[in-house]
Design a protein around this ligand. Structure first.
Ligand code: GLC
Length: 786
């Protein structure tokens, strides 16, 4: 194509002028106080201002008709009763809650949002809210030189999105994934601003194609949508964790995953036969490499028809699932939305008879080409269709399957636009809308259908769902993997800020294909990538048809040993990870965090894209280049202990650290606690013993919440959990540990071994006020029966 040559920048190819011809929403004509805010009449429509809580306020304006408070399916709440006062002073309207102040300039209408101390969150200046004849809506806000921007879901590039312009339109991008690739599979039209160490959030709940522009103007950023209402929320912060709590109050949090879902997963496009799957499982067992899940990619099906098995390749799936399960391994099959057009295929028949497929306004079904060939697509915006699709999963649950992998649900179609015709209509439960409007929620609604269906079938057991596409709120149903990356070192590097920003977007259960999906991987890359994968929330090795195999042993013994070591390390850390998943469930705080989340006043962390934190006290600084054994590591204030060597590093500065191929640099903050279990070959094996590692450091303190439950049911929603809070206070020659318990779950482990790192023989240890004596066994240890 000519566009792919230098012709693209031929002087004759003038760039289209940007259409800046938008209309302002005009002056305020009247303000009426409402229950949780105000209704503001302007020259071009009505603006609703509604507080959802003291720290969350919503702005809705429809320039083309009646403004409505209807939300997208991202929202799980209508908010709570909030005390709001409305007053007028010097011609300016002021709305106040306990945590926010909204000022309205009347001519023209301009919004300023501050905290009660007057600290600026969002401010409109020369430009405010507007619209275009094309039905586009746009909002401008002032951008300050010290602003940094995070979130936006799944984007390429670095952690801080200042200077970027990003579009939200769920897209199947096989290649390329590089800094120029904008829309990927997820659309999360939300971001967090960090300004002078304080954070606040903005969520534009608009399902049309949206654009967030931090590039085009120096002093303003903008967010816009191709249609629909101006509909955004401002969240007060002031810490990044507060913003996540506020955003996930609106859009929901992850259920606690089944324990098996946070173990190691092995996938390949495809393990093509039952025999191959059995051999794979045996290989893991023989080699003693832990494993919890094997995926079945599209080859398991009969002609890629979902809800079927190919009888020749997989003659007895039930037996396969059962046998593997006895070895502690689960099977997760892929389920795509496209239903093959085939009058002799039961799902297609049911879909036609039930009127479940997406159609044009004229009544004809939309067909698109995907793996099975010409296919119809269930209209997941219709609750009847979601129920039907959910019930169909009995096919899998009857075989003993507890996890599903949703792919191609942007939806992807093999055509020029890569997706469904935007003119297709969705039923939307009796409020029909075009695909142009609802494209971005197709994957979310498929996720709801699948998760709810599986939850019902599993009768009390937790389902696991993995999805490629989503919209805000997808975390309620699914873990997210970042799609078709490649076995490039650059893609390993890119995955870190991408997963961190997913975490900052309310999606804590995320990960990339370890080893890279397309392209040929190699031993060194797979070893380094597995080191990273062991510490990302979702940990799956997946690779594509036609490229080098990349199971842990594929590149010889030297690499296998290292890869095994890090998969084992993941299992050792599982009690710690599980506790962090529980934290994400309760608060929205992600498992894998950028350093800025814990050190929001430290500028060195603001765009740190090649290091991450696991919880609040561990820094991972992976090596992500070939033949490199050294790297610079930034450690924020405090003292940090090398997990492997116990060497103590001073924080607040950079260090040059050596890490041969065997070593992933891990640093633990002094004063804090890690929870470890034994290495085991599957999460199926209960932890009989737990080890707590306490890293002593003079005058340090921390608090760690160890969480446990049965790992498989929803009993935790009814008090069937255990939270053990460990408050650590280290002084000179003394450690005080205060332990408190909550919940009624009785874990398999009865004993905790406490290992104190960095202690010396004269150290006094008090547990709940009682003096205990440490024994010297390399480190100083103590067995505590709890
Ligand atoms: C898509 C998915 C990939 C999968 C393949 C075949 O490319 O992103 O993970 O293996 O389809 O189903």
């Amino acid at each position: 194509m000519l566009e792919d040559t230098s012709f693209a920048i031929h002087p004759g190819q003038k760039k289209q002028m940007k259409d800046t011809n938008y209309k302002d929403i005009g002056n305020v004509l009247e303000v009426v106080k409402t229950d949780n805010g105000a209704s503001v009449k302007t020259e071009s429509g009505t603006l609703f201002i509604k507080f959802y809580r003291d720290d969350i306020v919503r702005f809705v304006f429809n320039p083309f008709g009646e403004t409505t408070l209807k939300s997208s399916p991202a929202l799980i709440t209508d908010g709570e009763k909030t005390e709001v006062s409305v007053s007028e002073k010097n011609g300016e309207i002021l709305l106040t809650s306990a945590k926010l102040q909204v000022y309205l300039d009347k001519s023209p209408l301009r919004i300023t949002v501050t905290d009660p101390d007057g600290r600026l969150l969002v401010k409109e200046g020369a430009k405010g809210m507007g619209y275009k004849e094309s039905k586009e809506i746009i909002c401008f806000k002032e951008m300050h030189p010290e602003d940094h921007f995070y979130g936006f879901g799944e984007k390429t590039g670095f952690l801080d999105k200042r200077g970027e312009k990003m579009t939200m339109w769920n897209s199947d991008v096989y290649a390329p994934h590089n800094p120029e690739t904008d829309s990927l599979y997820q659309s999360i039209p939300y971001f967090m601003t960090l300004r002078n160490g304080f954070a606040h959030g903005v969520f534009l709940d608009n399902t049309f194609k949206t654009t967030f522009d931090f590039r085009s103007e120096e002093a303003n950023y903008s967010f816009s949508a191709e249609g629909g209402q101006i509909n955004y929320y401002v969240m007060a912060g002031p810490t990044p964790k507060d913003v996540l709590e506020q955003y996930t109050y609106l859009t929901g949090r992850i259920p606690i995953p089944p324990k098996w879902a946070i173990g190691y997963h092995q996938s390949r496009y495809s393990y093509e036969t039952e025999q191959e799957v059995r051999e794979l499982a045996n290989n893991f067992i023989e080699k003693g490499i832990p494993l919890d899940v094997i995926y079945l990619d599209i080859h398991y099906m009969d002609g890629y028809r979902v809800f079927t098995f190919d009888k020749e390749r997989f003659p007895n799936p039930k037996q396969l699932v059962e046998d593997l399960r006895a070895q502690g391994i689960r099977i997760v099959p892929i389920v795509d939305p496209g239903v093959k057009e085939d009058p002799e295929y039961y799902i297609y028949q049911e879909g036609i008879r039930g009127d479940f497929f997406c159609k044009y306004i004229e009544g004809n079904i939309y067909f698109g080409d995907v793996w099975p060939g010409n296919s119809a697509f269930p209209d997941f915006t219709n609750s009847k269709v979601r129920r039907w699709w959910g019930e169909k999963h009995k096919f899998y649950s009857d075989l003993g399957i507890e996890g599903i992998w949703n792919d191609m649900n942007e939806p992807a179609v093999f055509n020029e636009t890569k997706s469904m015709d935007v003119k297709v209509m969705h039923d939307n439960d009796g409020d029909p809308r075009t695909h142009r409007e609802l494209h971005n929620i197709y994957g979310l609604m498929m996720g709801e259908a699948t998760y709810s269906g599986m939850k019902k079938q599993l009768r009390g057991n937790r389902p696991f769902l993995l999805t490629r596409a989503g919209y805000s709120g997808v975390q309620r149903y699914a873990a997210v993997w970042t799609g078709d990356n490649r076995s490039f070192w650059e893609h390993l590097q890119m995955s870190i800020p991408m997963i961190m920003n997913l975490g900052l977007s309310g999606i804590p259960f995320a990960g990339a294909d370890v080893g890279g999906f397309a392209h040929d991987s190699n031993g060194e890359l797979l070893a380094r990538w597995t080191q990273v994968g062991a510490f990302t929330p979702y940990f799956r090795n997946h690779s594509a048809l036609g490229f080098a195999r990349q199971e842990p042993w594929s590149f010889g013994e030297k690499y296998e040993k290292i890869i095994k070591r890090y998969i084992e390390l993941r299992y050792k850390w599982l009690p710690h990870f599980y506790s962090l998943f529980a934290e994400a469930h309760y608060t929205g705080t992600p498992v894998m965090r950028p350093l800025m989340m814990e050190y929001q006043k430290d500028e060195n962390t603001y765009n740190l894209s090649d290091q991450f934190m696991v919880g609040d006290n561990v820094i991972i600084a992976p090596i992500m280049q070939p033949a490199v054994q050294h790297r610079a590591v930034y450690l924020p204030e405090g003292n940090w202990v090398d997990y492997w060597t116990e060497e103590v590093y001073k924080g607040g500065k950079h260090h040059l650290v050596r890490a041969d191929l065997n070593t992933l640099p891990i640093f633990v903050k002094q004063g804090s606690i890690l929870a470890h279990g034994p290495v085991k070959r599957s999460t199926e094996i209960k932890n009989e013993k737990l080890t707590l590692h306490l890293y002593y450091g003079e005058y340090t303190s921390s608090s760690f919440k160890l969480y446990d439950d049965d790992g498989s049911t929803f009993e935790y929603e009814q008090g069937g959990y255990l939270i053990k809070t460990f408050d650590v206070k280290c002084e000179k020659d003394q450690i005080s540990l205060t332990i408190s318990n909550e919940g009624r779950y009785k874990p398999a482990w009865k004993e905790i071994e406490l290992v104190v790192h960095g202690a010396h023989e004269n150290i006094a240890l008090f547990i709940n006020g009682e003096e205990k004596y440490l024994q010297k066994k390399g480190d100083y240890t103590l067995k505590v029966t709890l």
